[in-house]
Ligand binder design. Sequence first.
Ligand code: ZN
Length: 202
Amino acid sequence: MQRLLDGYHRFREDTWPQQRARFEELAAQGQRPRTMIIACSDSRVDPQMIFSAGPGELFIVRNVANLVPPYMPDAAFHGTSAAVEFAVRVLQVRDLVVMGHALCGGIRALREGVPPEAGDFIAGWINIAARARLAGLSCDTPEAAQEACEHEAVRISIANLMTFPWVAEAVAGGRLALHGAHFGVATGRLVLMDREGRFLPA
Ligand SMILES: [Zn+2]
């Protein structure tokens, strides 16, 4: 906790004076981010850092393995779907990026099994991308299989986004664009998914 407080004090001394006017403007006028990012909770994959973004620019939801479930408007607790709904229907973001990443523990759990001490929620959640496992079967190395599964999970999340009727309508109307991306933790490089679902350097 002390490390957090030290960081907070540096924020107050260094960052806040520089960004104060921007925060005050955002407080007075409300947020109007143009972009939503769905990223992994992994501590190495911070969208605000990767995209050099400031306050008010990115509406972000992070979860295990950056997954989006299919549209299921039932009584379950759909945190990610709620964030997507707010971003698309209320904030009316123009771009929605699903950003996977290398060395994803959630995807590794999908391929190799969930850690035995974490048996309550993870298996059910990552099952959203169960068929991503198939993408790794034809790979020559475990590393290639891991990456193929990470890419496929992004494709699945984007396909699931299109099952939300108001996402599909906004995309069809040209008001919203969906994007897939993948961040290399060891390389710092981002690759983007093209229309054919291939991942190419940004
Ligand atoms: Zn991850």
